[in-house]
Design a protein. Sequence first.
Length: 371
Amino acid sequence: MQNIKKRLDKVRKELFAKKIEAFIVASAENRRYLSGFTAVDNQPDELAGIIVITRDQAILITDFRYEIQAEAEIDSAFRLYIYKNNLLAETADIIKKINPSAIGFESRRLTCFMHKQLTAYFKEKRIKAETISCKNIVANIRVIKEKSEIKLIKRSLDIAEAAFADFMKKFKLDMSEKEAAWMLEQMMREKGADELSFPIIAASGPNAAIPHAICSDRLFKKGESILFDWGAKKNGYCSDISRTFIVGKPDNLLKEAFNAVLEAQNRAISLIKPGANSINIDNEARKYIDNAGFKGKFGHALGHGVGLNVHEPPGINRIDNTILKQGMVFTVEPGIYIKNYGGIRLENMVAVTKQGVEVLNASAPSLYLKI
């Protein structure tokens, strides 16, 4: 928790620059990052708590259900407020006492309904402050991972890879996609995962041509591409990996697609270093796949940041124009998808270092599975 004060100082610096005197933080990941409070929001219209940050105060507002947890978890920089009846109304009461001229709020997290309620309470309580949408204040701080965070990400990745290694020893062709996903989930739990980063993707044959396929009862078959995308979550931090393999000898098209994806990934990783532009890295992988004869078959972004969220900045794609900095952690996951036939995706996680890049994965992509 020694980094909480530094994190708050960075937020306050941003608030000062934007002339915001009170900042409302609603997302579970940002609450955790800034205060240590680990409670999660179970659905989009539910909040386990709100943080209010001013230039000299940090307040966690939550209710009786989380009181004992919050007392044990929050940093000493925070004051705990247990609301009695209505989170948003009592947040407005606290804001009124602060008497800010400008209030920032997380537009990515507050639903339209919540925002409408909150501003109605402001009006009712005669709070005349300007409200300012703040999309990325905390995200822009979280994008640079501290050394302790990278260690936690590596830990979640180690769990995911160790579980998959055990899973591969028990893999059989008569398994269904659903059965395989369930077995892999069990193994990640047994290795120490607190939960999954996201629902496991296990897709075979034509289903592997769907980047975010939903597991079905389809049985794995010899000679088809079999694509897995999975990740473990440990101590709040996520991992994200994709591997594709074929049981038996692949046909020439699958082999060419696999080799193209692998080379595209290697070329992209070789360009990663501080100062590099994310668009150029995405372009390198995309251009190679296009020139290898698979133009238009790689339709998603090359990568995305991973941390407390499995998808967070930086975006490694054709539009984000991110200049890479030391401490950024993200995926590199080119793919080729051929409708009604199959698909290949290979995904590693990397960290931008002072001199270049570190691939965080211990396992390398592999084409063949011998049974």
